[in-house]
Write a protein that binds this ligand. Structure first.
Ligand code: C2E
Ligand code: CA
Length: 263
């Protein structure tokens, strides 16, 4: 992955809103490649390639180190937020990655969350579940990503030591128009809660969708309605403005669109 060597990777962040308090409670780190001739490449265009060519390890080490640096910068600006990082399934069967990740995580100044998919666990259950337990034992939060897409298995859902379940955006995008999707999301929220997991819905694009999720008892919302993924500098401005809007709401002023629901 020559983009890594050339310093062309950029880490963006997408905020997550706690539905009950209305406050931003965390961000998800999402990598981009600023290619000199091909422009801005989304991760779907190079992550699968990095996985196939064995570069995912170096990429993830970089992302993790960068995410920890950015979290420290947020803290300096008085935003103490959980930082979620996507961990490729392949790496869960690499104990050496586990060592390096734990060493890096030890330097974090706030809570880290590793997002893993169930499919990743299905590929090599013994190693993957053991590494996830090591992460959880070290105080890292674990999130089951893209839940509902691919092969979901209740057996693994039960075995993964997770704190959070993220409902795949495929079920959330049309929640206001599709009875079936709404039904699936509602039952997934209930299932997750009965397993003691917090639920994040990703792909929240509309006010109506947000209100439906709130009524279902969903805990956290992530999506374009709240904000698109953005570079650190923009994120710091966003967090500042969102905080100001939120305190305006609690003081009884008129809420700003897209901000402060549930406050
Ligand atoms: P993901 O983990 O499911 O991440 C969520 C994706 O949904 C992101 O796409 C985000 O921009 C997009 N999204 C967020 N809100 C909305 C919305 O309201 N509507 C719609 N239509 N989309 C929304 P992105 O950033 O292009 O990332 C795609 C995938 O690339 C991620 O899916 C993740 O699997 C992977 N990825 C990104 N960064 C990393 C990384 O550092 N390491 C690894 N292993 N994978 C990564
Ligand atoms: Ca994710």
């Amino acid at each position: 992955l020559e983009g890594l060597a050339a310093g062309q990777l950029v880490l963006h962040h997408q905020p997550k809103r706690d539905i009950r308090s209305g406050r931003i409670c965390g961000v998800e780190a999402l990598v981009r490649w600023r290619h000199p001739t091909r422009g801005f490449l989304p991760p779907d265009r190079f992550i699968p390639l990095a996985e196939e060519t064995g570069h995912i390890r170096a990429l993830t080490d970089w992302v993790l180190a960068q995410a920890i640096e950015h979290q420290a910068a947020m803290r300096l600006a008085h935003h103490e937020l959980e930082m979620s990082v996507n961990i490729s399934g392949r790496l869960l069967s690499d104990p050496d990655f586990g060592d390096v990740a734990l060493r890096l995580a030890g330097q974090a100044e706030g809570r880290l969350c590793f997002e893993v998919t169930e499919t990743a666990v299905i590929e090599n259950p013994e190693l993957a579940l053991a590494l996830i337990e090591r992460f959880a034992g070290a105080g890292l939060h674990i999130s089951i990503d893209d839940y509902g897409s691919g092969l979901s298995s209740l057996a693994y859902l039960k075995q993964i030591k997770a704190n959070e379940l993220k409902i795949d955006k495929a079920f959330v995008l049309n929640i206001a128009d599709s009875q079936r999707d709404a039904l699936l999301v509602r039952s997934t929220v209930d299932l997750a809660h009965s397993l003691g997991l917090k639920v994040t819905a990703e792909g929240v694009e509309t006010d109506t969708g947000y209100a439906i999720l709130a009524a279902m008892g969903c805990d956290v919302a992530q999506g374009y309605l709240i904000a698109r993924p953005m570079p650190l500098k923009e994120l710091l401005t966003f967090l500042q403005e969102d905080r100001r809007a939120n305190s305006a709401v609690s003081a009884g002023w008129t809420p700003v669109a897209g901000v402060g629901r549930g406050a």
